[in-house]
Write a protein that binds this ligand. Sequence first.
Ligand SMILES: C[S@@+](CC[C@H](N)C(=O)[O-])C[C@H]1O[C@@H](n2cnc3c(N)ncnc32)[C@H](O)[C@@H]1O
Length: 152
Amino acid sequence: MSQLRIALYQPDIPGNAGTILRLGACLGIGIDIIEPAGFVLSDANLRRAGMDYIAKAMLTRHVNHAAFEAWRATTGRRIVLASTKAALPYTDFHFRPDDVLLVGRESAGVPNDVHDGADARILIPMQSGQRSLNVAVSVAMIAGEALRQTGF
Ligand SMILES: C[S@@+](CC[C@H](N)C(=O)[O-])C[C@H]1O[C@@H](n2cnc3c(N)ncnc32)[C@H](O)[C@@H]1O
């Protein structure tokens, strides 16, 4: 099991959350959901995407960002934010095994204070003029690189 964690900031598309929960279950990565989410965990689209893997996901729910930060502060883990506004390509970032990879909500990313409060901000470079990748695709790409670097 990896120490890496993936945190979803107020996710609003249940199919993406289900896909990420499945990824976490398959790769042994814990998932944090920072609420409020735009759906309930019993949502049919979440269940369809996550299938029976959801039962095996190591999921922690935090009632809000302050509660998530309070938990995180006790662990000493870094927050590594995936952001379309970042400058540093994720492949040039040096991951630690216990980093928390934070991704933004599908509709609006993260607010400025969460963006500025992250320990690091990383980018998946895209072609000029493209807005963003799907959040679950972003998680898969960056988690793959983090696990590769940290020897999982
Ligand atoms: C659909 S995007 C959010 C789009 C939102 N309008 C914004 O500007 O952040 C959802 C999340 O996926 C991640 N993401 C998507 N594309 C990315 C990229 N090229 N580099 C880094 N993270 C990305 C970010 O965490 C983002 O907050």
